[in-house]
Design a protein around this ligand. Structure first.
Ligand SMILES: Nc1ncnc2c1ncn2[C@@H]1O[C@H](COP(=O)(O)OP(=O)(O)OP(=O)(O)O)[C@@H](O)[C@H]1O
Length: 290
C-alpha cells in the first residue's frame, strides 16, 4: 500500500500533523496549553503524562472531536478548525482511531468486525461477510494475518482475549486505509505480554507502511521501547519532546511531577484474561472468500 505525500512549495513533505499553539479550555480549566509540534510521515509518536495531563484531549483535537480554544491543527494538510463538515468527514476516513476498550461488536466474528472498517468507503449498510466484495474479504483476511489472527477470522470477537481483540481493532482500522493512526491508551487494560504484542503490531505497521502513529501511553518503558519520539505532557503543557534514541528513563520520568513533586506513573491494571477458548467457527476463511 503506498501513501501519497503532498509537497510544500519548497519541495519538502507536508507534515502529517501540524499543531501550533494549541490550547483547549473546558470552562475555566485548561486541559491543553500552548502545544506545538510537527509530525512527519512514518513517525511513531508516544504521548505520555499523568492522568489528566491532556493526552486524550490532544488526540480528540486531532480528529476534530474537540474544537480548540486557541491555536491551529492541520492534519493531512486539512485545517481541522476551519474545514467544512464534509472535509472533516473525509479526513476522519483517513484517520484510524484505536480505543483502550477496543470497541468491537462482540457477537460478530473478527472478520465482520474488520470488514466494518471499510464501511466509510462503501455505500449502504452491510449485513454479513458475504455482503462485502471478494476483494474486501481477502483484504480483511490479509490484515487479520498481519496482526497474527488469520486463524481466528470466524471466531466471535467476544471470545478473544483482550490483546487479541485489540489486534482485531487494529486490523479493522487498517481497512480504512488510514494515513494516520491515533491510539488512545491501546494497552492500558492489557497484561505486559499482550501489551508487547499490540505495540509490536503498531510499530511494524508504522515502519512497513510508513504509516504515522500517535499513541498515548501510561507505560514509560513502552514509550521508550517502541516509539521513535516521545512528547511528555504535564498539566496540558509540553515538558518533553525528544527522539527516543537519545532519551533515558530518568529524563522521561521527569514528566511525572505534580506541583514539582515526583509522582509515579499509574500502573494500569490488566483485565482478567478471557480464555473462553472457543473453536473457530466453520467454514474456513479461504472457503468463504471463494
Ligand atoms: N469534555 C470535558 N469537559 C470538561 N473537562 C474535560 C473534558 N475532557 C477532559 N477534561 C479535563 O481535561 C483534563 C485533561 O483530560 P484528558 O482526558 O485529556 O487527560 P488524559 O491525560 O488523557 O488522562 P487519562 O490518562 O486519565 O486518560 C482533565 O482534567 C479532564 O478532567
Amino acid at each position: 500500500m503506498t501513501r501519497p505525500t503532498a509537497a510544500q512549495p519548497d519541495g519538502t513533505a507536508v507534515p502529517v500533523v501540524r499543531v501550533a499553539h494549541l490550547t483547549k479550555r473546558f470552562g475555566d480549566h485548561t486541559a491543553l496549553d500552548d502545544v506545538s509540534f510537527d509530525l512527519p510521515r512514518g513517525q511513531f509518536l508516544a504521548v505520555i503524562g499523568l492522568s489528566g495531563s491532556g493526552k486524550s484531549t490532544l488526540l480528540r483535537l486531532l480528529n476534530g472531536l474537540h474544537t480548540p480554544s486557541d491555536g491551529a491543527v492541520e492534519v493531512l494538510g486539512v485545517d481541522v478548525v476551519h474545514a467544512r463538515a464534509r472535509a472533516i468527514r473525509h479526513l476522519r476516513c483517513q484517520v484510524g482511531f484505536i480505543f483502550q476498550q477496543f470497541n468491537l461488536v462482540g457477537r460478530l466474528s473478527c472478520m465482520e468486525n474488520v470488514l466494518s472498517g471499510a464501511l466509510g468507503r462503501l455505500r449502504g449498510p452491510r449485513l454479513g461477510v458475504s455482503t462485502y466484495s471478494k476483494t474486501l474479504r481477502q483484504t480483511a483476511l490479509d490484515h487479520l494475518d498481519r496482526v497474527g489472527l488469520g486463524h481466528k477470522a470466524f471466531q466471535r470477537a467476544d471470545t478473544l482475549s483482550g490483546g487479541e481483540q485489540q489486534r482485531v481493532a487494529i486490523a479493522r482500522s487498517l481497512m480504512q486505509q488510514p494515513q494516520l493512526l491515533l491510539a488512545d491508551e491501546p494497552v492500558a487494560s492489557l497484561d505486559p505480554e499482550s501489551s508487547g504484542q499490540v505495540m509490536d503490531v503498531l510499530r511494524r505497521i508504522c515502519v512497513e507502511e510508513h504509516l504515522t502513529v500517535i499513541c498515548s501511553l501510561h507505560q514509560v518503558d513502552m514509550a521508550l521501547g517502541w516509539a521513535h519520539r516521545v512528547i511528555g505532557l504535564r498539566a496540558g503543557r509540553t515538558v518533553l519532546d525528544r527522539p527516543t534514541g537519545d532519551l533515558t528513563r530518568p529524563q522521561l520520568m521527569q514528566v511525572y511531577q505534580r506541583d514539582g513533586v515526583p509522582v509515579a506513573p499509574e500502573t494500569p491494571q490488566p483485565d482478567e484474561p478471557d480464555d473462553h477458548g472457543l473453536a473457530a467457527l466453520s467454514p474456513t476463511p479461504q472457503q468463504l472468500i471463494q
